[in-house]
Every structure is written in C-alpha cells, then in structure tokens.
Design a protein around this ligand. Structure first.
Ligand code: AOF
Ligand code: ZN
Length: 349
C-alpha cells in the first residue's frame, strides 16, 4: 500500500503544474513504473490539450516495457470522446496490465466507466489511493459536477475592529480604501488567476471602479461577473472596457440599450434567491470556480444562502472605529498566518 501512495503522491505533485491552465478540465498527474523505477511521467496539458495519461505514455522512451508496467493516475482515466479520445482505450492499446487510480471521476461522462472499460479489457485496476488528497486537489471540478454550481471562494480584508470599508458619502472619491498591504494585493492577484470567474456587486463597482484583472501576477484574467439589478453602473467603468469577458446580472434589459463590447447579459429575478440564480447561470456557462471580492452585501447574501466553500480573510492592523461592517461567517478556521504585517485566515463551512 505504501508504495502505491508514494507514486500517487508523485501524481499529485505533477498534477499541480496544471493549476490555472487546465480548467474546466481537472488537473491530473500520471506516473508509469516498471520494475520499481519511474519510466514515464505526465500531467494534464492546458485546456483542450492532452490528458495526463497521454503525456505520460508519450514520455516513455522504450514503449516495449509498457506491457509489464503499472500506470498510476490521480483521477480515473476517461472513457469518453471529448476534446481528446478516451485514455482508458490508450492504456488498453499499449497493453499496460496494471492501473492504480487515486479517485473516481465524478463527471457524468466518466464516473466509473473508465474503470469498467479497463477491467473489461483485462487490466488489474485498484481504485482509491489518497482519495481525499486527490479530491481536494480538484475541489473546483468535483464541486462543479456534484453540486451543479461553481466552487465559491469569498474574500475580503477587514480592519482589526471588524470593518471592511470606511463610511463613504455619495459622490466621494472613487478610490478603494486599502486595509491589507501590497503583498496581500499580489497574493490576491495570484488567487484571481487560479479561478475562472471574479464577482463583485454594484456598489463595489460604483465606489472603487475596480479592474478585477491580474496585474501583479503572471496568469490569465478571470471572467468578470457583475451584479447590477437596475443598471446603475456607468458604462465608462473598467469592468465594461471589453478587455476581459464580463457577465452582467441584471433585471432590466431595456435600459441596456447600447450593446457593450464583450458583455454577456444574464437576466435574473432580483426578488428571488439571487445567489442561487447566479450559480445556475454560471453552471450553464461552465464556470467551475469564482472568487467573490465584495462588497459586504454581496458576500453576506452568498453566506446566507449557504453557497460558499471557502472564505479568505485578511485582517489588517488598521482601526476604523466606524464604517461598513465585515460579513459574518460561521465555520472552521483552517489556519492563520501572517502576510507581512497583516494576518490571514481561511474558514471552511
Ligand atoms: C483523464 N486525464 O488528465 C484529465 C481528465 O474534453 P476532454 O477530452 O479534454 O475531456 C475532459 C474530461 O476528461 C473532464 O471533464 C474530466 O472528466 C476528464 N479529465 N481525464 O483521463 C486527465 N484532465
Ligand atoms: Zn483522459
């Protein structure tokens, strides 16, 4: 057993190379072992490209060893024709006799079919090695397929006395109030690059005019998701600059007379459960994960609807005494650490 864990651990290490590039595909790692030695390794290519098993098999110099090898994969090999042909067939074609799988793929196109196909072809298949770790690595993918909604990360920065913003009057300067430090900002840009969507509510756009992109990190920009019931956001706002796709959730289509570049309009009923309707639309758009960066009202509405998976909070050294209260969330605090002078905590439900 220990030997299997060792190689699945290596698969997980390899899989992580795909963070931020494979989605909506999961990150997967594969290792091929012959006579106690690794003879091939691979991980999922950027979206639309090769699966991990294909890259691992390609990397083996002496293919004649494959019919006496074991292939380790952190996720069940696929059995369907998607953007690429089935990995289970490729394994059978190369006559690899033994397959060790971390966790079953919950995508309804696969879910057990890959294992079945391998076993039917006479492969010896072992399933469920470091299952928890394999699931955790692709938490976005698994949440999307099981709960039919994106994986939701809530993020905010609060002062030592629990405020996320100062009191601001209408027409006040359009500048965000900084609570966390510049290292935290860079970390947030890294986080943005890891998710498929980034969401904020109307007031945050009106007050801060945020770009919601990845400027302080190298990576791809997430799709912008904006809630604006009665289209109060001015068309000059950065979120409508067309540089990145924006999904705009509104209820008044008529006011949206001039078509905006790269903006997809989603009509919802603002008198109903908004977070759930947003999730339904995002699921249809195959957005597997989002980070919600404010404001307090939007964050709290997702907490109240029980639609969140992770909360990341920076606690700065500042004291505001009054202002906009930080959202209230109950859960298990996973860890706390310092980012420069600020502290940072993660909470899960
Ligand atoms: C694997 N190995 O490395 C990954 C798998 O459209 P396709 O062909 O790219 O298929 C996408 C689906 O394949 C994806 O939703 C998931 O079920 C599985 N991903 N499978 O055998 C891999 N990334
Ligand atoms: Zn595959």
């Amino acid at each position: 057993m220990k030997i299997h864990e060792k190689y699945i651990k290596r698969c997980l290490q390899l899989a992580k190379n795909g963070l931020g590039t494979t989605s909506p595909n999961p990150m997967v790692g594969a290792v091929i072992v012959y006579d106690g030695k690794i003879i091939g390794e691979g991980y999922t290519s950027p979206y639309g490209g090769n699966h991990a098993e294909v890259n691992a098999i390609k990397s083996v110099t002496d293919k004649s060893l494959l019919n006496r090898s074991t292939i380790y994969v952190s996720l069940e090999p696929c059995a369907h024709y998607g953007k690429t042909p089935p990995c289970a067939d490729l394994i059978v074609e190369h006559k690899i006799p033994e397959v060790v799988v971390g966790v079953v793929d919950d995508n309804s196109l696969v879910s057990g079919e890959g294992v079945k196909r391998l076993r039917n072809a006479g492969c010896d298949v072992l399933v469920g090695i470091l299952e928890k770790e394999c699931r955790e690595l692709n938490k976005r993918f698994f949440t999307f397929h099981n709960k039919k909604r994106p994986y939701i990360i809530l993020k905010w920065a609060e002062t030592k006395d629990g405020f996320i913003d100062v009191k601001r009057s209408e027409g006040a300067e359009k500048q965000p109030t900084w609570i966390s430090n510049k290292y935290a900002q860079q970390l947030v840009h890294k986080w943005r690059s890891e998710e498929q969507g980034i969401m904020v509510g109307t007031n945050t756009v009106i007050k801060d005019n945020p770009r919601l992109n990845v400027r302080s990190w190298v990576g791809k920009n997430p799709v912008r998701i904006i809630l604006d019931n009665s289209l109060r956001i001015p068309k000059e706002a950065y979120v409508f600059d067309g540089m990145v796709k924006t999904i705009l959730f509104t209820s008044s289509r008529t006011a949206f007379s001039k078509k905006r570049n790269n903006v997809q309009v989603a009509l919802i009923d603002y008198s109903e459960n908004v977070p759930q309707q947003v999730c339904n639309v995002l699921f249809k758009n195959e957005i597997q994960s989002i980070i919600i960066e404010g404001g307090a009202y939007t964050l709290q509405s997702f907490i109240n609807a029980n639609l969140w998976d992770e909360t990341r909070i920076f606690v700065g050294n500042t004291i505001f005494k009054e202002g906009v209260k930080a959202p209230q969330v109950n859960g298990t605090a996973l860890f706390e650490k310092n980012v420069a002078d600020d502290s940072f905590k993660t909470i899960i439900p």
